[in-house]
Ligand binder design. Structure first.
Ligand code: RP5
Length: 162
């Protein structure tokens, strides 16, 4: 079994359709991950325990997605030195701008690498995590290069009529 180096955490089951985009990318790249619901507000003790154990468990990157008053990524960054990539989940009330502002404006000392709002941000979080792991994994680096080349090759040079 592959070592799990990436933790995908989210504030609610309702975040999974967004956060699954990160998981899909990691699946495509052959990166093992775990996915957990860890809410800053509803399960603060779970957040604490997850953050406390993260480094010793061998996690190298944590992808944390939440919406609204999205304290999960920042609180996780305060509890572990494992790099945290934050994904602002798109909300109905404020379209995810609330999530973005809740995640991006961290005080000095506790960084969160904040992605774009929504599905693109979650997919990019998967790619960012893979890029970090690829620094010490030549085989993953080759797979990531191939993934990027395939995306580039899929873009036509000329626009097509509908
Ligand atoms: C946040 O509240 C979650 O991250 C989610 O994005 C949002 C709404 O959660 P639910 O009410 O759908 O469970 O904690």
């Amino acid at each position: 079994m592959m070592d799990v180096k990436v933790g995908i955490i989210m504030g609610s089951q309702s975040d999974w359709p967004t956060m699954r985009e990160a998981a899909t990318i990691l699946d495509e790249l052959g990166v093992a991950y775990e996915a957990r619901i860890v809410s800053a507000h509803r399960t603060p003790d779970r957040l604490w325990a997850y953050g406390k154990a993260a480094a010793d468990r061998g996690l190298h990157v944590i992808i944390a997605g939440a919406g609204g008053a999205a304290h999960l990524p920042g609180m996780m960054a305060s509890k572990t030195r494992v790099p945290v990539i934050g994904v602002p989940v798109q909300t109905r009330a404020l379209s995810g701008v609330d999530s973005l502002y809740s995640i991006v404006q961290m005080p000095k000392g506790y960084p969160v690498a904040t992605m774009a709002i929504g599905a693109a941000g979650a997919a990019n979080a998967g790619l960012m995590a893979a890029g970090i792991l690829a620094l010490n994994d030549p085989s993953l680096a080759a797979r990531l290069d191939a993934w990027r080349a395939a995306l580039s090759a899929s873009i036509p040079e000329e626009p097509a009529d509908d």
